[in-house]
Design a binder for this molecule. Structure first.
Ligand code: HEC
Length: 124
């Protein structure tokens, strides 16, 4: 019996459990470039993505929901607390593409959610 459950469970984990089609189309070449720039400029030192990272600045997972022009201003000029990286226009566009991908693939921080029968959660 245990063997049967094990096979069933494993097959579910590796099919439904790893289904990652949501937001996949947003992982473009430009977004991949943006991801590398996110690492290069070490944005993660001050910002979280999907809830992980530094805490000097806000979580950026869903920052694109505030609009592209809003996000762009921070990348172009910085603020008193965030450095101006003097990035090229195409670098900013790649970072924007990466942040769009993050917005489509995650919600953070999760304030309201349903607990599913399998113990996972679905953000409301
Ligand atoms: C030295 C720390 C630091 C680094 C490094 C940094 N930021 Fe920031 N960032 C901040 C702070 C702090 C704020 C909040 C604005 C303020 O208080 O001045 C901010 C704000 C932002 C915002 C607006 C967020 C919102 O919800 O209002 C965006 C977008 C952003 N940063 C993107 C980036 C990206 C992309 C990088 C990497 C290229 C980066 N930041 C690197 C400190 C940093």
């Amino acid at each position: 019996m245990l063997v049967v459950f094990n096979i069933l469970y494993s097959s579910l984990v590796y099919t439904i459990g790893t289904d990652n089609t949501k937001g996949e189309s947003f992982y473009t070449e430009n977004a991949k470039r943006g991801q590398l720039l996110y690492q290069k400029y070490n944005c993660t030192a001050c910002h979280q993505l999907y809830g992980l990272g530094g805490y000097m600045g806000p979580d950026l997972t869903n920052v694109m929901a505030k609009g592209e022009p809003y996000t762009k201003v921070f990348l172009q000029y910085g603020t008193q607390r965030m450095p101006n990286f003097h990035m090229q226009e195409d670098e900013i566009n790649s970072l924007i593409a990466f942040l769009k991908y993050a917005d489509k693939t995650g919600t953070s921080p999760i304030k309201h959610f349903d607990v599913n029968r399998d113990g996972t959660i679905t953000p409301k």
